[in-house]
Design a binder for this molecule. Structure first.
Ligand SMILES: [Zn+2]
Length: 287
């Protein structure tokens, strides 16, 4: 499933191809991909816009669209938000090229190309809104923008196991199963470690690990597991061979040689090294 580095990669891939292009038509082939407004309204309203910018927030892509005609009774600036979920991805093909059955939303551009949203599992969603906050207001800060001080302050307010905390998009935006496991491996913290028991040094280690892992993954175009994620040009992400914990079950830990273990935490497969990331016993009451 695409996480922050994969979505960032898609944004960077799309930006030079799409910014400045006008959307001249839209075809919605699977209505449920459009979360808001309804599919007909979406197709009618999006086509009067030029793509002014493409950014990312958490795991959302945000297309800033500028209205092309004052005679059209719609706001001048609108936003297309896209969440890729499990299998969503973009293709940019000549309009005449045949579409496959998984291309559910197609935007015709003014240069003869078509931006096609392909999504085999159909969990991906799009929103056409006046203000991105209508969709992303609850997201926590960006892990690569938050300061050390702010990170310490936020994590001090949290309780419970570390792994679910890292997956909680209201804590930090953009981390999913892959980068949660990788960050905990680098920070040498057990996925079931109690957040409230972290020492200041451990919080600092976690902060640095998260940033290091995400930065490295972005630099090589993200991680491709089970061909769920592909770059816009069809290439795989380069981080797959750099994984240390995620998807490494039974393989020797790169620090100590102990086989990586897989457990289930909050219904998510969770990978860690039992030697480098030992589980500490909770303190006894009063102890
Ligand atoms: Zn180890």
């Amino acid at each position: 499933m695409p996480e922050l580095p994969e979505v960032e990669t898609v944004v960077r891939d799309l930006r030079p191809l799409l910014v400045g292009r006008a959307i001249v038509g839209a075809t919605v082939r699977w209505k449920r991909t459009i979360a808001t407004p309804d599919a007909r309204k979406f197709a009618r309203e999006i086509r009067a816009h030029k793509i002014a910018a493409i950014t990312r927030r958490g795991k959302f892509l945000i297309f800033r669209l500028r209205g092309r005609g004052a005679q059209l009774n719609i706001p001048t600036t609108r936003y297309l938000l896209v969440h890729l979920r499990m299998t969503g991805g973009f293709h940019l093909d000549p309009r005449a090229a045949s579409r496959d059955k998984h291309m559910h939303v197609c935007l015709q551009l003014d240069d003869g190309y078509e931006l096609r949203f392909r999504d085999t599992r159909k969990f991906g969603r799009m929103w056409l809104v006046d203000d991105p906050e209508q969709v992303i207001a609850k997201l926590g800060p960006e892990p690569l923008e938050i300061s050390t001080r702010e990170f310490h302050a936020r994590i001090a307010k949290r309780r419970g196991n570390l792994k679910p905390l890292l997956l909680d998009q209201t804590f930090l935006a953009g981390i999913g199963n892959i980068y949660a496991d990788e960050s905990l491996w680098y920070a040498r913290l057990h996925p079931l470690h109690q957040t409230e028991m972290l020492t200041r040094a451990e919080r600092g280690r976690l902060y640095r690990a998260i940033r290091q892992v995400l930065t490295r993954a972005i630099a090589v175009g993200g991680t491709s597991i089970d061909v769920m994620y592909k770059r816009v040009n069809g290439a795989s992400g380069g981080f797959t061979n750099s994984l240390r914990a995620f998807d490494q079950e039974e393989r020797p830990c790169r620090r100590c040689g102990t086989p990586i273990q897989k457990i289930v935490v909050g219904q998510r497969g969770t990978h860690f090294c039992p030697t480098c990331q030992p589980r500490r016993r909770p303190r006894t009451a009063g102890g």
